[in-house]
Design a protein around this ligand. Structure first.
Ligand code: NAI
Length: 328
């Protein structure tokens, strides 16, 4: 058995945390041979509720769960961490402007970025799920200049998985038969789900589905799925978001399948005309903890135009947090 890896999870008393922690402890994220130490960060008011979650983690008697610690101190949470899953974020309250939300989360993610730089393991990898995820990742990275930019990522895997599910339902192909889906841009309603390179079984997706369906059903359904889940469930998507967070880290560490890729928000070096330094979703292949953006794909004009709009939104968010002083 290997030495345990410390996985720091923020917001562990929340909805996603309640699903995510159990999947990590079960070995779904880092594999069946990798013991984990869970270090859970919460705000002080949520620590009593978190104790109940810890009781349930113990009661599950997970063979791979080496230990569980809780804290409201980021420097304790990230000490020696090999993975940081930044899930906890300030939700948008009544009457809160988007700029208020960016400011509240700017404070959280820059403090956590600093604590990661000072305390985490040399090979730390960071996954931001808490919204606005892409810009929160940018803020955390700016606060941790000594950590390579490639180690910061944000979650667009839920959007990617939703896109696969929609295409599977439309074509009757099991999800396992669908490869090369892409979600470009920001994790927001401007995201660009793109099936123009997807393979369904042995066929090109574009040979199986009509353009009108892609434009009028597929893309809007994927982009607005979060709101649809809230409308139906009376609460936001949590189990699927936790599952996607597990998928994201597992792909990153254990690699994408040959002839497939996944979607991950990572720091751009200018690929596909996404300005350098923005955290944007791209198709990536992964192996042993490293990712690389799939290059040389030809974008349909419509996709390229939608990506430009999503990137404009990311740039706007970057300007707002820069004005608030969070980018140094
Ligand atoms: P939730 O409100 O149930 O839980 C959030 C938890 O974070 C709470 O327990 C809260 O006390 C904690 N928290 C707040 N500030 C914190 C801080 N500074 N340090 C540590 N913990 C802190 O929310 P839920 O449903 O678990 O969602 C979490 C985040 O994930 C939200 O921002 C949500 O918008 C986002 N999300 C992202 C998705 C994606 O695909 N990227 C999909 C679904 C949700």
């Amino acid at each position: 058995m290997r030495a345990p890896i410390t996985v720091a999870v923020t917001g562990g008393a929340g909805q996603i945390g309640y699903q995510l922690l159990f999947r990590i402890a079960a070995g779904d994220m880092l594999g069946p041979d990798q013991p984990v130490r869970l270090r859970i960060l919460e705000i002080p008011d949520a620590l009593p509720a978190l104790e109940g979650v810890v009781m349930e983690l113990h009661d599950s008697a997970f063979p791979l769960l080496h230990s569980v610690d809780t804290t409201a101190d980021a420097s304790v949470a990230f000490e020696g961490a090999g993975h940081a899953l930044l899930v906890g974020a300030r939700p948008r309250g009544p009457g809160m402007e988007r700029s208020d939300l960016l400011a509240a989360n700017g404070a959280i993610f820059s403090a956590q970025g600093r604590a990661i730089q000072e305390h985490a393991s040399q090979d730390i990898r960071i996954t931001v799920t808490g919204n606005p995820a892409n810009t929160n990742a940018l803020i955390a990275a700016a606060a941790a200049p000594d950590i390579p930019r490639e180690r910061f990522s944000a979650l667009t895997r839920l959007d990617h998985n939703r896109a696969i599910a929609q295409l599977a339902a439309r074509t009757g192909e099991p999800v396992a038969g669908i490869r090369r889906m892409i979600v470009w841009g920001n994790h927001s309603t401007t995201q660009v789900p793109d099936l123009t390179h997807a393979i369904v079984g042995e066929s090109l997706a574009t040979d199986l589905v009509e353009r009108e369906w892609v434009r009028d059903e597929f893309a809007p359904t994927v982009a607005n799925r979060g709101a649809a889940v809230i409308a139906a469930r009376g609460a936001s998507s949590a189990a699927s978001a936790a599952s996607a967070t597990i998928d994201h880290v597992r792909s990153w560490m254990l690699g994408t399948a040959p002839d497939d890729w996944t979607s991950m928000s990572v720091i751009s070096r200018g690929e596909y005309d996404v300005p350098e330094g923005l955290v944007s979703s791209f198709p990536v292949t992964t192996a042993e903890g490293e990712w690389s953006i799939v290059d040389d794909l030809e974008l349909e004009p419509e996709v390229a135009e939608q990506l430009r709009a999503s990137v404009a939104e990311l740039e706007q968010e970057r300007e707002q947090v820069r004005a608030l002083g969070y980018l140094g």
